[in-house]
Design a protein around this ligand. Structure first.
Ligand code: BGC
Length: 430
């Protein structure tokens, strides 16, 4: 019954989001179409300060080429809400021209025949040679390019406030026990140990790296990619849930429902010691005028060193018949893939380039570390698509995992029950 109620509430909320977003989009569209002949309508979930600053780099790039922009933002990391709105638009026969998309969602839409073919542009610009193989698996469907990757984010980062660390005499922790001890010290001193927002996708983002930290690549592969019931319900999964319980003890009382960028602000404002979050959090610190290695620091979630759980934001273009719109789509895809744009955008967004031929010279300390670790993980079999961000499995399995992880984090299950619920939920979702 609890589950039915939860789904019902989620559906109600989504209906409101869809209605509100469709109305807003229609208004902007009418206003926008009067000024720009060539334009793209872009559905995305980049609504925080840092994300908006990065999006602006793209808007301005396109504006410089005479391509107008109609904005269709749908907040919510991981993109689940954006994908619900997208489905409604497509069902209504009115798809946006370009859509921010992750991993398996790209493959699903391409499988439905909804996406434009980018092969000609990809061939002209040699995308086969410069896009890392791990990303091509998502950007191409049946051998055809269907999406342009704008970045690579990774989810197994800790963001730390340098001033609190210095005040409490803390070093970057070497292992899980050191990590827990640091949060305890901060909590005892009146700080929040772990800044967190209680939303299903954020709980899952933390769980991503905790699970990797407990079980390493073999376990991550077996549980989240191969969906092996022994791994899903086994001892390592139970231990991962136990670590989530430990983390739960270090979040503040107001964590429920908090947006991720507000949790980042707690670290930036010296209220909280750590945040576990993808490197879009760095975009927030930068947007607040802070510098990597100075006011804030980054290190990998203890236990997950040597691995990278990644996601890549890509722009998929929906098939349209109007040739002006098609030209605008190709201009956008071309911009997104240009080396200059990849530097300009990713230094603001917090991510690293989706091309292997870009120097790290313009990137800050965390960006350079991220680029080096990405290459290292790719070479050593330590690079894995993020479960929480749609790169390990299809959206229905992803959402089934979200439900169990978040129910456990909110005290509905103990660690053993949560692990066995993972097995059942994943089985039902397949
Ligand atoms: C996206 C990021 C975004 C984050 C939070 C992730 O799924 O890949 O680009 O910044 O969600 O909104």
């Amino acid at each position: 019954m609890a589950r039915v109620t939860k789904w019902f509430i989620r559906e109600e909320i989504m209906n409101k989001i869809v209605k509100r977003t469709l109305m807003a989009s229609t208004c902007v569209f009418i206003a926008g179409s009067a000024v720009a002949e060539s334009e793209v309508e872009v559905l995305h979930w980049w609504t925080s300060g840092g994300e908006a600053a990065a999006l602006n780099v793209l808007k301005e790039d396109l504006s410089g080429q005479g391509v107008g922009w109609t904005d269709m933002p749908v907040a919510g990391g991981g993109g689940s809400d954006a994908m619900t709105v997208l489905r409604a638009r497509v069902t209504a026969g009115d798809p946006p021209t370009a859509v921010q998309m992750l991993g398996f969602a790209i493959q699903d839409w391409a499988g439905e025949g909804a996406l434009a073919d980018l092969n000609k542009l990809a061939e002209d610009q040699n995308w086969d040679e410069v896009v890392p193989a791990a990303l091509q698996g998502f950007s191409k469907h049946d051998g055809n390019w269907v999406a342009a990757p704008v970045n690579v984010h990774s989810t197994n980062w800790v963001w730390a406030n340098t001033a609190i660390m210095a005040e409490l005499g803390l070093e970057q922790p070497a292992d899980w026990d050191g990590f827990v001890a640091a949060m305890q010290t901060a909590q005892d001193a009146g700080y929040v140990g772990l800044a967190h927002g209680g939303q299903a996708w954020q709980d899952a983002t933390i769980f991503d790296s905790i699970a990797m930290g407990v079980g390493g690549p073999k376990f991550y592969q077996a549980a989240f990619i191969d969906l092996d019931p022994d791994a899903l319900g086994g001892d390592q999964m139970i231990e991962a849930f136990k670590r989530m319980e430990t983390l739960r003890g270090f979040v503040d009382d107001n964590f429920s429902g908090r947006d991720w960028n507000l949790a980042s602000a707690m670290v930036a404002n010296e209220e909280a010691l750590f945040q576990i979050m993808g490197d879009w959090a760095k975009g927030e610190f930068i947007n607040a005028g802070q510098t990597a290695g100075e006011e804030f620091q980054c290190f990998r979630v203890p236990g997950s060193e040597g691995t990278v759980t990644f996601n890549s934001d890509q722009f998929a273009m929906f098939s349209v018949t109007d040739t002006t719109a098609q030209d605008a789509q190709m201009t956008m895809a071309s911009s997104v893939m240009s080396p200059e744009f990849q530097v300009a955008f990713n230094t603001v967004k917090g991510s690293v380039p989706a091309r292997t031929d870009i120097s790290d010279a313009e990137f800050d300390a965390c960006g350079q570390l991220g680029m080096a670790q990405l290459a290292e993980a790719a070479a050593n079999g330590g690079l894995f698509g993020s479960m929480a961000h749609g790169h390990a499995n299809n959206p229905s399995v992803q959402n089934a995992m979200y439900d169990v992880i978040t129910a456990h984090f909110n005290g509905e299950y103990d660690a053993e029950t949560a692990a066995s619920e993972m097995v059942t939920a994943v089985e039902l979702a397949q």
